[in-house]
Write a protein that binds this ligand. Structure first.
Ligand code: BTN
Length: 251
């Protein structure tokens, strides 16, 4: 596994996108101590203090997946990051907030951004960008619900060791995905944040009370609306989670 270390990049995902896929080996890891233009979900900026956290991308070539099975990869990487955080934090309650944020309690410790290229209806290459809050203790106010390993465990973590654990977990979940994707899916569903717990959401802009029942094979969230028991199939742009105890419009 090749690891390319950079002091500063605009974004490790952007760097990987510029590489020629035919000249890139699977499992190339690109890591930057500082990102000047880190990207998050929905085009948001990814905030990470220089040298304190892990911000890296890994290139995978999951040609065994059909284009419509992209969500399987999302699940495998989320389970791998979940396993890493659980190993490092032992007792803490770690979960996967749909679709692929990693939470400790009600706070976000890691974000994942995956983009796939498709050839002949198979995924030819995937760039998985991972931002894990490790030793950062102060976050700007605009970052919603952040937390780091250090804040949770009360001690500093060695970034190299955390990276090693993470890469081992990614490798192992990726192998499991090849042989037994059902097992990855079951694990993912068992770790889903707020599954089976009634809570408030903003669904298509409307405050909606409901209970998460799972995720369909395309990665849409299944939310059972409380007032009329309708099962809502939610895409990324259709739903927002509220913080615990709050109706979304109170935020
Ligand atoms: C999210 O918004 O939850 C996804 C965040 C993904 C951030 C990581 S940091 C490394 C990689 N490079 C980027 O520019 N983004 C991803």
């Amino acid at each position: 596994m090749e690891i390319r270390y950079f002091d500063t990049l605009d974004s490790t995902n952007k760097y990987c996108k510029l590489l020629n896929p035919n000249e890139v080996e699977e499992f190339l890891v690109v890591l930057a101590a500082t990102q000047t233009d880190g990207i998050g979900q929905a085009g948001n900026h990814w905030e990470s203090e220089s040298g304190k956290n892990l911000t890296f991308s890994i290139i995978l070539k999951p040609t065994f997946l059909l284009a419509e099975e992209q969500y399987n990869l999302t699940m495998a990487v989320a389970v791998a990051v979940h396993n890493t955080v659980t190993q490092l934090l032992h007792e803490e309650q770690v979960s996967i907030k749909w679709p692929n944020d990693i939470y400790v309690g009600d706070r976000k410790i890691c974000g994942i951004l995956t983009s796939c290229q498709v050839k002949c209806n198979h995924i030819s290459q995937a760039i998985c960008g991972i931002g894990l809050n490790v030793n950062q203790t102060l976050f700007p106010e605009w970052v919603p619900n952040p937390v780091s390993l250090r804040q949770t465990a009360g001690r500093e973590f060695n970034l190299e060791k955390v990276l090693k654990t993470m890469l081992e977990e990614i490798n192992s979940c990726y192998e499991a995905l090849k042989t037994d994707s059902k097992c990855i899916r079951e694990k993912y569903l068992s770790l889903l944040y707020r599954k089976g717990v009634e809570a408030w959401y903003l669904y298509r802009g409307e405050p909606t009370r409901g209970t998460i029942e799972g995720v369909d094979p395309f990665g849409r969230l299944l939310l059972r609306r409380s007032d009329d028991s309708t099962l809502l199939l939610c895409g990324m742009k259709e739903i927002q989670f509220s913080t615990p105890g709050q109706r979304p419009e109170d935020r």
